[in-house]
Write a protein that binds this ligand. Structure first.
Ligand SMILES: Cc1cc2nc3c(=O)[nH]c(=O)nc-3n(C[C@H](O)[C@H](O)[C@H](O)COP(=O)(O)OP(=O)(O)OC[C@H]3O[C@@H](n4cnc5c(N)ncnc54)[C@H](O)[C@@H]3O)c2cc1C
Length: 472
């Protein structure tokens, strides 16, 4: 529980209606989208303005109270579990689209706006906001920025960081900084926009963002390629990229994922296929047609037994939506679904998928794989039961092997979900000890009292799926 003087100070700033510390609220905000991690906050606060955020931060700094900024809590790295208690700060009162600037092609938003609202508003204005995490219907831009989220369109269009031009952020001393702006060029000092993007709430609190919008592609076409085995699908991915085509989407589903998705979405996926590629291209019609024909040829050369264009925009949308539902579909199979995002250079996809299959068999666990094949971002997903400790030990061992192999192949422990508390034990595998020391120095400089989402990025030595609670 908060010390009475802290609670009084927060009430003074925000008003009673915007602080909740009932057991119900503390339990509701004790977990996020990550299975097996939970820790209760002392209270939940809902600021209504940047100034509110500043005042709350000053109080928390004074009393050493941790602050966990939280969007919709859909992250998959235990990024918003209040590891050391403190206040969870939610942005449900700061969810406005403040401006669409047609001359500079920018949108200025508050942190609580959902990704879908941004995409839809851009469309309504005749523009395009490409980052499209599968969680976009509920994820917020504050969360997207802090995880640097990617999506199906990442291969061609990049990820969230490529669309953040400027930020307003409240730092750990309560000061407010502005980085970047409505500018295509800005090299005035360190690039704090990029530093804060992907910082997982550990360096500052994003209170406003200027996003880049682009003209929408005039035409988009969708194609489905089916393979007898994953090997051939992976070879097609390499073949497509080697033929110097960057498709808008190049997604991969293995057979068990396809089966689960079909049972869930019923879009007519042929579950007897060994693997599937969902391929999209957009742009001028002539170019799209040429690329689709070239990619079809590559797929057929690599033993696709069927390569079919979606007959209508509706069919194309249904296929994309089905791919987006992969996690939801798999989650119906067992009580716990652990979705990882080990990422490798795309030339190593086949090798990595083979390794995942071998590792799952060795540890006797069920792992399906799907993901953004075009950028090597795979989602090995384990269906398990977090209550079964013996099985969980095998699951953890399997994922450790998978992360180690990803790094060995020149990849990374996470391509888009972030480190959070969950992957903190493996950060040094990717960065090396000196890399971690350098990052800790940044954290120490900007948050010397460690009040900004403590226990994330640099936390434990083991991947411990239990609530830590207690003292910091
Ligand atoms: C079904 C499903 C599908 C998903 N698909 C994808 C996908 O395709 N691609 C992908 O990249 N991810 C995906 N994710 C993961 C997740 O949705 C993303 O990480 C998303 O960006 C999180 O947004 P959120 O609003 O839920 O943020 P939260 O989970 O609430 O927070 C995420 C991080 O941001 C910090 N944060 C939030 N708001 C602020 C703020 N204003 N200031 C400072 N820090 C802040 C939090 O402290 C935390 O560290 C998926 C998750 C689910 C459940």
């Amino acid at each position: 529980m908060l010390q009475p003087e802290v609670k009084d100070a927060l009430i003074h700033v925000l008003g009673k209606a915007y602080i909740a510390d009932t057991e119900e609220q503390r339990i509701a905000y004790s977990y996020d989208g990550t299975p097996g991690f939970s820790a209760e906050p002392d209270a939940v606060v809902r600021p209504g303005s940047t100034q509110d955020v500043q005042e709350v931060v000053k109080i928390c700094r004074q009393y050493g109270v941790p602050i966990v900024p939280r969007g919709s809590g859909t992250n998959l790295c235990a990024g918003t579990t209040p590891t050391y208690g403190g206040v969870v700060m939610v942005f449900t009162r700061m969810k406005d689209i403040l401006e669409v600037d047609q001359e500079n092609l920018t949108m200025t938003v508050q942190p609580g706006v959902t990704t879908l609202e941004i995409v839809q508003r851009a469309e309504a204005e005749g523009l395009f906001y490409p980052p499209d995490p599968s969680s976009m219907k509920i994820s917020t831009i504050g969360g997207n920025i802090n995880e640097n989220s990617g999506g199906l369109r990442g291969l061609k269009y990049g990820v969230t960081k490529d669309y953040v031009l400027g930020l307003e952020a409240v730092m750990s001393d309560g000061s407010c900084i502005r980085t970047g702006g409505k500018l295509a060029k800005d090299v005035a000092g360190y690039d704090f926009t990029k530093l804060l993007t992907g910082s997982e709430g550990t360096l500052g609190i994003v209170t406003e963002a200027v996003l880049k919008l682009v003209p929408p592609p005039p035409v988009k076409k969708t194609m489905l390629a089916l393979y007898p085995s994953m090997e051939y699908a992976a070879a097609s991915v390499s073949g497509i990229i080697a033929s110097k085509i960057i498709p808008a989407t190049l997604e991969f589903l293995d057979q068990p994922t396809m089966e689960a998705v079909e049972a869930y979405a019923q879009v007519g996926l042929p579950v007897e296929a060994g693997a599937l590629l969902l391929i999209e291209q957009d742009g001028e019609e002539e170019l799209v047609d040429r690329h689709m024909a070239q990619m079809k040829e590559v797929c057929e050369k690599n033993h696709a037994f069927s390569v079919k264009m979606a007959a209508s925009a509706e069919e194309a949308a249904a296929l994309t939506e089905a791919r987006r539902s992969a996690l939801t579909a798999l989650a119906r199979r067992r009580p716990t679904t652990m979705l990882e995002d080990a990422t490798v250079p795309r030339s190593k996809i086949a090798e990595m998928v083979r390794f995942i299959e071998k590792t799952a068999a060795a540890h006797q666990v069920e792992i399906c794989t799907f993901g953004h094949a075009g950028d090597g971002n795979l989602h090995p997903t384990c269906m398990t039961d977090v209550r079964d400790q013996e099985e969980m030990a095998r699951v953890e061992a399997a994922f450790e092997d998978i992360f180690a192999e990803a790094v060995r192949l020149g990849g990374t422990i996470t391509g888009e979900h972030g480190v959070g508390e969950m992957k903190s034990p493996y950060l040094a595998w990717k960065l090396g000890e000196s890399g971690v020391v350098a990052m800790k120095a940044v954290k120490q400089a900007l948050d010397p009292d460690n009040i900004m989402n403590p226990g994330k990025l640099f936390a434990g030595d083991t991947r411990n799926r239990v609530s830590l609670g207690g003292d910091r």
